[in-house]
Design a protein. Structure first.
Length: 205
DNA sequence: ACTTCGATGCTCT
DNA sequence: GAGCATCGAAGTA
């Protein structure tokens, strides 16, 4: 039985934490007790203030304040009207996090399809907002709760992924900071998001 | 109050 | 590969 990850596991460098989280499992337990889960096959790290892609760091308003919650809590970044699920990774006051970008569905596929009907099953959870919808997450309800909450928690990989199994690329959809190899995907996994860029910055493709 | 801009997704070609 | 829907937040006034 894999132990649940606690908030203390998420204090530190979001780049390392993102890499370690890849291959783990995101578990959602509905009010009905039904269990939805998926293997984490794509993550990105954001680390204000050293990160030029971390726009939250350049603002001083409610948005970055929400994001600057203490390590080990769920939070949502909103982009283009869509909620993106993240885990905070730094002490309170610093906006840094791991963004969960794609899942390979494991338990509760039918319920997920009910939350988010798609024509191709492949499209169910292969994007950061897609997985939020598929798991039926309510950002207002989940934001600010610890990562070991019964309703939404994380399990580490059964066995750590080898470097060969991990593909390292630039992050998706950002303007600055494209040189940073802070996106981690499970090599060859069909549930990785179709988003560009796909060019490897480290290792070979 | 109005404009601009995304850490996106969808629907076409 | 391109165009558009979308919405919260920032910047401007």
């Amino acid at each position: 039985m894999t132990p649940t990850l606690f908030p203390a596991h998420f204090e530190g460098d979001p780049v390392r934490i993102a890499r370690d989280l890849l291959g783990g499992t995101l578990v959602r337990v509905l009010d009905t007790g039904e269990r939805l889960s998926g293997r984490i096959v794509e993550v990105e790290a954001y680390d204000c203030p050293r990160d030029p892609a971390c726009t939250a760091g350049r603002f001083h308003a409610a948005r970055s304040a929400e994001m600057a919650i203490a390590a080990g809590h769920w939070l949502f970044w909103t982009a283009h009207g869509h909620p993106l699920l993240q885990v905070s990774c730094r002490p309170a006051g610093v906006a840094a996090s791991v963004l969960i970008r794609a899942l390979e569905p494991q338990e509760g596929l039918g319920q997920m399809l009910s939350f988010r009907p798609v024509t191709r099953e492949r499209d169910l959870t292969n994007g950061p907002a897609k997985l939020v919808y598929a798991l039926g997450l309510n950002p207002a309800q989940v934001s600010g709760t610890p990562v070991n909450s019964p309703a939404l928690h994380l399990l580490p990989p059964d066995t750590p992924l080898t470097d060969e199994a991990v593909r390292v690329t630039a992050r998706v959809g950002i303007k600055e900071g494209r040189h940073l190899p802070w996106r981690f995907t499970v090599r060859g996994n069909p549930w990785v998001s179709p988003a560009l860029p796909s060019m490897d910055l480290v290792g070979q493709g």
